[in-house]
Design a binder for this molecule. Structure first.
Ligand code: 2PG
Ligand code: MG
Length: 421
């Protein structure tokens, strides 16, 4: 089944910024996909091409769209839709740069994702089945959702330095039970915030988590522990943090300021994280140090071994090269997988494979700027990631992923398992 046509358009993401949506056509099928966008973007990520003109405050993606409708369409027309590796290779080669700067990783990713959908449709397969076949996997596991219920950092208008405080229902029996737990805790927290700080404290950040007027990580963690207690689900749930530390690291002084008025060196920060792990039910810490500090990641990984996992996001940026270095250094034991950090589905799968074959886990992740496209839900199941980061169980661009996972769980029936943690 050959690619007949490719067409891109500009649509809006969840922050109201333009992004790309791509349609790919074969004789018998169509596949569409929309591209997400980050705010706490790692400096080593693939290049997001923006117009930098007056329209949309410089954020238009018309150049990227022109690249899809022009150069990329011309190159890919006539290629077999199920030769995903060849399609992705052809785009990488046409771009010729290390970070997809010429054509734009957003342009390339939109095409890559839409091709997998058109491929799935041409075989009458669900997307997770088709992606699973590309990955060489057909025994599926539903991932543990990491639900971001308190937002800080660059995702919120409050003073919290850590970007995300998440809950993970690791002891739920099924994905649908996990969704119920996450939703109930989210609403307990809302009640608690309203009682403690008033209604204004229940406004939300970019990922749908609450953005209360608090400053320190301890305040956020105490609130979550209290909401868990109230909900009756405490035993089934653990807490995860994405510090996104590059955003509160001061390059000039080499210090980190976490919101409690103290300034930490990297080694003091290792101790601070370890104390939080001992005090709270934390099982996961993402980006605890700035994006080039492989050593401090490794120090923390050793320090909290057996208690909490250390997740690489801005550090590893879904790049095989950087993941290899992190493996060598012992920096993490979980890869945060974001398709737009690298720009093709083939490369994202290579990154996941490298992680999984080196005893790391994979946590598939949304971006803070999302679309209604639930693509990553299917991807997480396809590669048996076991973990997925989806934001709050609220707002359409977040619930589209939760809801797709509920559909997948239903379609897989009794044989599907919920990931072990
Ligand atoms: C992160 C992400 C998603 P952003 O840091 O992990 O939660 O944020 O998309 O802004 O990089
Ligand atoms: Mg992150």
């Amino acid at each position: 089944m050959k690619i007949q046509n490719i067409y891109a358009r500009q649509v809006l993401d969840s922050r109201g910024n333009p992004t790309i949506e791509v349609d790919v056509f074969t004789k018998s099928s169509i596949g569409s996909a929309a591209v997400p966008s980050g705010a706490s973007t790692g400096k080593h990520e693939a290049y997001e091409l923006r117009d930098k003109k007056k329209a949309f405050h410089g954020k238009g993606v018309l150049k990227a769209i022109e690249n899809v409708n022009g150069k990329l369409a011309k190159k890919l027309k006539g290629m077999e839709i199920d030769e995903q590796r060849d399609i992705d290779d052809a785009m990488v080669k046409l771009d010729k740069t290390d970070n997809k700067k010429r054509l734009g990783a957003n342009a390339i990713l939109g095409v890559s994702m839409a091709c997998t959908r058109a491929g799935a449709n041409s075989y009458n397969l669900h997307l997770h089945e088709y992606l699973g076949a590309l990955y060489g996997n057909k025994e599926f596991v539903l991932p543990v959702p990491f639900a971001n219920i308190i937002n800080g950092g660059v995702h919120a208008g409050n003073e919290l330095k850590f970007q995300e405080f998440m809950i993970a229902p690791v002891k739920a029996k099924s994905f649908s039970e996990a969704v119920q737990i996450v939703s109930e805790v989210y609403h307990e927290l809302k009640k608690l915030l309203e009682e403690t700080y008033g209604k204004q404290a229940t406004s939300v950040g970019d990922e749908g988590g609450f953005a209360p007027p608090i400053n320190t990580p301890e305040e956020a963690l105490d609130l979550i522990e209290a909401a868990l207690e109230e909900s009756g689900h405490k035993r089934k749930v653990r807490i995860a943090i994405d510090a996104a530390a590059s955003e509160f690291y001061d390059k000039k002084t080499n210090f980190y300021e976490v919101g409690n008025g103290k300034h930490y060196t990297a080694s003091e920060l290792v101790e601070y994280y370890a104390s939080l792990v001992n005090k709270y039910r934390i099982i996961s810490i993402e980006d605890p140090f700035h994006e080039d500090d492989f050593e401090s990641f490794a120090a923390l990984r050793g320090k909290v071994a057996g208690k909490a996992q250390v997740v690489g996001d801005d550090l590893t940026v879904t790049s095989v090269e950087r993941i290899k270095h992190a493996i060598k250094m012992g920096s993490c034991n979980v890869l945060l997988l974001k398709v737009n950090q690298i720009g093709t589905i083939t490369e994202a799968m290579e990154a996941a494979y490298l992680a999984q074959t080196n005893d790391w886990s994979v946590m598939v992740s949304h971006r803070s700027g999302e679309t209604e496209d639930p693509f990553i839900a299917d991807l997480a199941v396809a590669i048996n990631a076991g973990q997925i980061k989806l934001g709050a169980p609220a707002r359409g661009e977040r619930t589209s992923k939760y809801n797709q996972l509920l559909r997948i769980e239903e379609s897989l029936g009794k044989k599907v398992k919920y990931a072990k943690f």
